[in-house]
Design a protein around this ligand. Sequence first.
Ligand code: ADP
Ligand code: AMP
Length: 214
Amino acid sequence: MRAILLGPPGAGKGTQAETIVKEFSIPHISTGDIFRKNIKEGTPLGKKAMEYMDQGKLVPDDLTVELVKDRLLKDDCKNGFLLDGFPRTIYQADALEDFLKEIGQSLDYVINISVRKELLIERAVGRRLCKNCGQAYHMSFNKPLKEGVCDKCGGELIQRKDDTKETVENRINVYREQTEPLIDYYTKKGIIVNIDGEKPIAQVSQDIIAALRK
Ligand code: ADP
Ligand code: AMP
């Protein structure tokens, strides 16, 4: 299965990706995670991406598209993939379509997760990530067993630098202006699956799996 997770920051894309990739045995490709890994490792790409991410702006299209193309050529993507947080602009969506065509592939589904703005801010500001393994938690909605400690690996839980209220508001505005038009774009292609992301995590997972299995 070749699919995309679309939705504003804090909608639950990363959280749902975990379940979907297990269910369909495909790799989870999050451009945000790739950028954060590069920032942590201090690579030139990380340095460049950080200038934009810290302000809640999008990393330039050309840089992001090249990164995704390279990733999609890896062996583990042969039988499918789940893109999370890409594409985020019409330019990126067109580039993805051209690239997939070139390699004889096409998209099966675009999973569009909707959540109201007030809830998005609460979710993103309360999000915590494991410093070691990247596992996501929420201080109220998805707590770790022991405060500040990752259930999976015992790592320290930290807050993303761009998860402050002000930056989240910027990111939501950027989403509305540059990414939301993709809902129409993929609806016209007939591959969109609309999901109510305000339900509890397990219910949202069930709804997504049921829609993809249809
Ligand atoms: P995204 O990848 O879309 O930015 P995440 O999956 O990281 O969003 O989720 C943002 C925060 O909201 C996380 O802290 C996560 O634990 C929490 N969360 C995700 N889905 C739900 C849900 N359905 N209900 C409540 N909290 C959720
Ligand atoms: P995310 O982890 O999806 O919330 O993304 C975090 C940040 O990474 C975004 O606010 C952008 O700055 C950057 N980013 C992630 N994916 C993209 C993309 N497809 N295009 C441009 N910037 C991106």
